[in-house]
Design a protein around this ligand. Structure first.
Ligand SMILES: NC(=O)c1ccc[n+]([C@@H]2O[C@H](COP(=O)([O-])OP(=O)(O)OC[C@H]3O[C@@H](n4cnc5c(N)ncnc54)[C@H](O)[C@@H]3O)[C@@H](O)[C@H]2O)c1
Length: 254
């Protein structure tokens, strides 16, 4: 499977390093970034090609990974789906714009393409998907991050936000992909609390789900990417695992 990547930052770097070690199971061939130097740097690592325009890779790939930014999704994804090419969307917060989400889903259906949303920085999406077969009553997410991860500077622990995921995504678009993934998987606008906490070193997510299946709680303490402290290493790993799973014959988890 030939793969292209849009957005050559922290997540793309980790994915590409797996390709360098031949541990990805797919051929990472094309790289696009609005900063061409970033695309060139990654392309060099795997003998790939940096392109100046996404159009230049569309005829040559089976799948494109979006790892750019929420505002890139609306521009970049439609032409990919129109060509019937599968996509992995990392900037899942963009899909809290339900009009955009529905439009992309319709394009995927019309062009027989698939949209993959990896579990990203969260654990428990497998359980959430299974739970959604029954009735989910309540989903809450508490995200606790050090100031650097939220792009602010403070010595004080405080609640920055309490409300629904769709409101949170507007205020913290680069930080709240987890809330978006949980909302999409549960088909609910979940309850979110965002806390800045100078005493923590990792990005922490606590999820509680109550449904007719019972309840579950998950807790994740994520290491941050050295290249981008807003992003957790686990998010990149989830994309790598998804890519590897395309070649696996036994799939575990929903
Ligand atoms: N699903 C999750 O759980 C999860 C977790 C972490 C990050 N993310 C999201 O994944 C995306 C990538 O994260 P990252 O840490 O690699 O980001 P990053 O900032 O390290 O890298 C993003 C790269 O994309 C490029 N870019 C931005 N907008 C672009 C555009 N319109 N066209 C082309 N290139 C563009 C930038 O120049 C940069 O090189 C972000 O949107 C982030 O919010 C998702």
């Amino acid at each position: 499977m030939k793969v292209g990547i849009v957005g050559c930052g922290a997540i793309a770097n980790i994915i590409t390093n797996f390709a360098v070690e031949d541990k990805l199971g797919v051929e990472l061939k094309f790289f696009y970034d609005k900063d061409i130097e970033r695309a060139e740097n990654l392309a060099t690592l795997v003998d790939g090609t940096a392109v100046f325009d996404i159009e230049d890779m569309l005829d040559k790939v089976d799948l494109i990974i979006e790892a750019a930014a929420p505002d890139a999704v609306e521009k970049v994804i439609p032409p990919i789906l129109e060509r019937g090419i599968n996509v992995i969307i990392m900037s899942v917060g963009a899909l809290m714009n339900f009009e955009l989400k529905n439009r992309l889903e319709k394009l995927a259906i019309e062009n027989d393409a698939k949209i993959y949303i990896p579990s990203g920085a969260i654990v428990g999406l497998d359980g959430m998907k299974a739970a959604s077969i029954g009735k989910i009553k309540k989903v809450t997410l508490v995200t606790r991050k050090p100031p650097r991860s939220l792009g602010i500077s403070t010595d004080e622990k405080k609640v920055l936000f309490e409300g629904t995921a769709s409101e949170a995504v507007k205020k913290f678009p680069l930080n709240i992909n987890v809330a978006a993934a949980l909302s999409i998987a549960s088909n609910m606008d979940i309850d979110v609390k965002i806390v800045v906490d100078p005493s923590v070193d990792r990005n922490l997510h606590e999820v509680k789900v109550i449904g007719d299946f019972g309840e579950f709680k998950t807790s994740t303490e994520n290491m941050r990417c050295s290249m981008n402290p807003k992003t957790s290493v686990m998010a990149a790993y989830s994309a790598v695992k998804l890519l590897k799973s395309f070649n696996e014959n036994m799939i575990v988890g929903t």
